[in-house]
Design a protein around this ligand. Structure first.
Ligand SMILES: NC(=O)c1ccc[n+]([C@@H]2O[C@H](COP(=O)([O-])OP(=O)(O)OC[C@H]3O[C@@H](n4cnc5c(N)ncnc54)[C@H](O)[C@@H]3O)[C@@H](O)[C@H]2O)c1
Length: 294
């Protein structure tokens, strides 16, 4: 299936990255969010990334203009009517995802693929709100979407094989390495395995065993990780990580996913990680310094 136009719902961390990735690969991207200020910020973030590439001599200004010209922004979900491939990247809330897919299904072309970038919501549960649940699939990009090679493709119980095939082909077209899960579960492979590790790091901090900087240092130096777990949660978003662990805990009932109350306090305080400027680290300083969380 040739994808000329892609539609992305939600212009946060992941939605902007996915729209950027589409445009980088010559796909006309339509990026939709609830208000213009969010869309403006999202395009500004993409522009900043591209300008860094220009400064390094990896792109010309003309190429940046061309790429940005392939991203159209809108607050109108009905724009999905023009797309061959639809990817939802709104906040991690199953009720919201159900609501938007019931609406997207009404306007989408009959042959368009409907994909969700959810981390831990059940694909079958989201699809249960649709007239035709066989059109929905999980297509999980990793953060930052333009950089990370993996795309996990997670079919729900009802997903049609042709939707799985088209999603795999599109992921490859975007230069990604797809892995298709054989059985539906919560959070696929990489996010589920990682969730236990990230959660444990928060508990170690909360129990006062060490500082954020030393926990991250220990995991980088001792496990050869490219970044520490607390810095990674900041990059994911504290709210997004909390929503994911809550779902895993609720569905599996396993203590290894029990979210630490510290995460909830941070969300209430607006410490959402890099996207809000403060999480386990304070990003108003360069280099960022650990936030006082007591
Ligand atoms: N952050 C990560 O590292 C990461 C990685 C992989 C997958 N995900 C998943 O991707 C999804 C998005 O995560 P994110 O980190 O980009 O979140 P985010 O908070 O950065 O962005 C979510 C965006 O959705 C928008 N939104 C909310 N309701 C909407 C609606 N009705 N219509 C249109 N837009 C709406 C918000 O305004 C916001 O801009 C979640 O399901 C998350 O679990 C996140």
């Amino acid at each position: 299936m040739e994808v000329k136009t892609g539609f992305v719902l939600g212009a946060g961390i992941m939605g902007s990255g996915i729209a950027h990735l589409m445009a980088q690969n010559g796909v006309q991207a339509i990026l939709v969010d609830v208000d213009d200020a969010i869309l403006k910020r999202s395009i500004g973030n993409i522009e900043n990334l591209l300008n860094k590439r220009v400064a390094k001599g990896k792109m010309t200004e003309g190429e940046v203009k061309e790429l940005l010209g392939r991203i159209k922004t809108s607050t109108d979900m009905k724009e999905a009517a023009n797309a061959d491939f639809i990817i939802e990247a709104v906040i991690e809330d199953v009720k919201l995802k159900q609501k938007v897919f019931a609406q997207l299904e009404e306007v989408a072309k009959p042959e368009a693929v409907l994909a969700t970038n959810t981390t831990a919501c059940s694909i079958s549960e989201i699809a249960s709100a649709m007239k035709d649940p066989s059109r929905l699939i999980g297509m999980h990009f990793f953060n930052p979407a333009v950089v990370m090679k993996l795309v996990e493709i997670m079919p729900g119980l009802a997903t049609k094989p042709e939707i799985v095939k088209a999603t795999k082909e599109f992921a490859e077209f975007l230069g990604k390495e797809p892995v298709v899960t054989d059985k539906e579960s919560i959070a696929g492979i990489a996010s589920r395995v990682l969730a236990g590790l990230l959660n444990e790091a928060v508990w170690v901090l909360d129990e006062g065993i060490s500082t954020a900087a030393d926990i991250d240092k220990a995991m980088k130096m001792g496990s050869n990780l490219p970044m520490g777990p607390l810095a990674l949660i900041d990059m994911i978003g504290i709210d997004t990580h909390l929503a994911k662990t809550r779902t895993l805990y609720e569905k599996f009932g396993d203590a290894r996913y029990r979210p630490c109350y510290l995460l909830e306090k941070m969300v209430h305080a607006g410490y959402l990680g890099r996207k809000s400027g403060k999480g386990f680290y304070d990003y108003s300083q360069d280099p960022p310094v650990p936030t006082v969380l007591k």
